[in-house]
Ligand binder design. Sequence first.
Ligand code: SAM
Length: 250
Amino acid sequence: MKNKEMELVNQELWESHAKWWQENFSDGADPEYEEQILPIIENWGMGHTSVLEIGTGEGQVLRRLLSTTPDSLRLSVGLDPAQAQVKVAKARTSGATFLRGIATQLPFLPDCFDLVVACLVFEHILEVDEAISEVARVLAPNGTFIFLLNHPLLQTPGSGWIDDHILMEQYWRIGEYLKEDVSIEEVQKDVFIPFVHRPLSRYINLLTRNGLYLQEMLEPPPPQGFLDQAWEYREAASIPRLLAMRMTKR
Ligand SMILES: C[S@@+](CC[C@H](N)C(=O)[O-])C[C@H]1O[C@@H](n2cnc3c(N)ncnc32)[C@H](O)[C@@H]1O
């Protein structure tokens, strides 16, 4: 399947499964968001005046920024292709504008935001070159790009904790890291979501080519609330699930 066709499948699946995302990962339901993801974005987002969130979902990232930096933020815009996300984002959030749209065609003039956020979105975007070039286009010079991904080295397809009772070995298996890969995963019964895996160098070289330079990178251990959910998680407590990068446009 070509990237453009797959992108349409991606958007249809997110439309159908928006409720699954909202129930399990927003509004306080997910310890990784509450204890790790939202605090990182809040910390790095402070002091900016105009923010665009790409793939905003039901708006929790913008709500956090609006509640912690109400004095500085003059413009907050969230964009998502799924009507079912945009509708809930509008109902749950005041002080922000939510629009339907995709990362590869941002309906904004050049240089018009001093902060762009993409949180756990690029692993669903097929046309990554176009999407990063759009981030660079709408971000003002010296603006910040906050870029969060499921860790591309340690959370590749096929990665996971192995408890081998025959060889009496326990280890974290790394999947096929160097291979770019699109897979549709059944994340819960009857819930299918497409994931794109890319090596980290693919992202960093693309960002650099577009004038987006790394200032800070975090690979935090999974937070306590996540580790407490199941005993097996504790075995992999030193394997990060998240990669968070703060970039500046030069
Ligand atoms: C994992 S959710 C993250 C939502 C939000 N950023 C958050 O952290 O709460 C991914 C979101 O990306 C959106 N998405 C999928 N493909 C996209 C695309 N090509 N452009 C923009 N957003 C997209 C989905 O509709 C979904 O709402």
